[in-house]
Design a protein around this ligand. Sequence first.
Ligand code: G16
Length: 543
Amino acid sequence: MTILTQRCTPFDGQKPGTSGLRKKTRIFMQPGYVECFVQSIFNAIGGAEGKTLVIGGDGRYFNAEAIQTILRMAAANGAALAIVGQGGLLSTPAASNLIRQRGADGGLILSASHNPGGIDADFGLKFNSANGGPAPETITNAIFEQTKTIDSYKTLDAPDIDLDRIGQTTLGDMRVAVVDPVTDYAALMEELFNFDALRALFASGFTMKFDAMHAVTGPYATAILEDTLGAPAGTVLNGVPSVDFGKGHPDPNPIWAKPLVDLVMSDDAPDFAAASDGDGDRNMILGRGIYVTPSDSLAVLAANAHLAPGYARGIAGVARSMPTSAACDRVAEALAVECFETPTGWKFFGNLLDAGRVTLCGEESAGTGSDHVREKDGLWAVLLWLNILAVRKMSVRDILQDHWRTYGRNYYSRHDYEAVDAAAANDLMADLTAKLDDLAGQSFGGCTVIGSDSFSYHDPVDGSVSHNQGLRINFEGGGRAVLRLSGTGTEGATLRVYLERYEAPGGDLNIETQEALREIAQATAAISGLAERTGRTEPDVMT
Ligand code: G16
């Protein structure tokens, strides 16, 4: 097989966002597009020579073709070993685990996560480092710099290899190991959780539904929940991955996983329900008649993690992204452990996890995880919830009520305005930034601003600083609004408005969420000129 050096010209806009490069699938399918980005990755990490790389994706449209391209390029760039999930499939947390367990130098994960899949939908590609986590900004910036000047890439003159058969093969001088995507991950889950207690839970008649949303978690959930823990067949819904996620939007939130939410609100509700996203790193948690916000879920998991064997010694600390509610901060305070506030993006948790400063982390965007891998992990969150339910023998609703009575409740909601005109969204943010210093003391409806700023993060481990990570407006009485533009959208701009209000224990803990946040939402709209600038009066998604 011949190594070919192909000339190429740089593509505009290959700048990794919140989580790698996400674009419309047809953009990725342009001749040379994947190649330029992948060669830029290899160049930015000092070459692929002699390296071991984990490669896999969520199975969406173009996954299979892109993996073959990447394998040929890895071989041509001198990689020693590629570890690939069977059929090209790996959930993002399973890929992170494989990188760590096999001592790989990094991995390429193909996914646009919760975004829809298909030729007219979205595709994505990101590089994870040797710690198993998304590359930090120093590397993503270096990749972007490479994409601007790339003029050639290396590939191999070789046919596709069979990724459906588990075992070892070679591509040029590179070894390729095709592995079962589930085995190592399932073994890790068994180390962390009390599988006997979970088997007993299901044997007692406990009912659950897990919506895999036609995405990559289906095989993992079926193997663990049904085949290993004895949950009845049919516990896993939509468990066969498809290239377009059954034409759905694999985002586990009350809008896109509405049938599951409707089920838990009905008379036929199971005791527990959950969903995960396209690549298996997000989760949604539901109980009979109740939706658990991701921020509350993180707080409940932090308060109860010690009930699972993997966390029996307690947690070192907890981290949350800045827009996530402060519910977990109160738990950290009670546990007397450190609590960190990072920018949006799992990559910012990596240093804290590597340094042993935190054990659990989470984000409002339906992500929770721990130091077991360096990605958020949907099924892990589900299993930790199950372990807590098995030990506490309480319903999800009662656990949540008990939590609020102990720590108070952070009413919380995120309002998304999708596919907004990008110029209008940028103007809104620029103008709001310009007036941040003057807002304090002004009242909007019943809400008085006590302070506002643009969030900068100072990484306590490596000293790096990340600016412009969201605009914060704090109101008298503990209310807060955060505005930022999504770094994962592929169409126009997505404006995210995060709303929060704290109610102390003993206060009214059962107000309908949107009602509880109405005044803050109205004040935020008035301050930002949201309706006039975006032309929208209602958000597209409320989580
Ligand atoms: C990604 C990141 C998360 C982030 C989320 C939303 O999740 O990994 O850290 O919170 O996007 O980011 P944004 O608000 O910029 O759209 P995923 O599940 O899409 O990989």
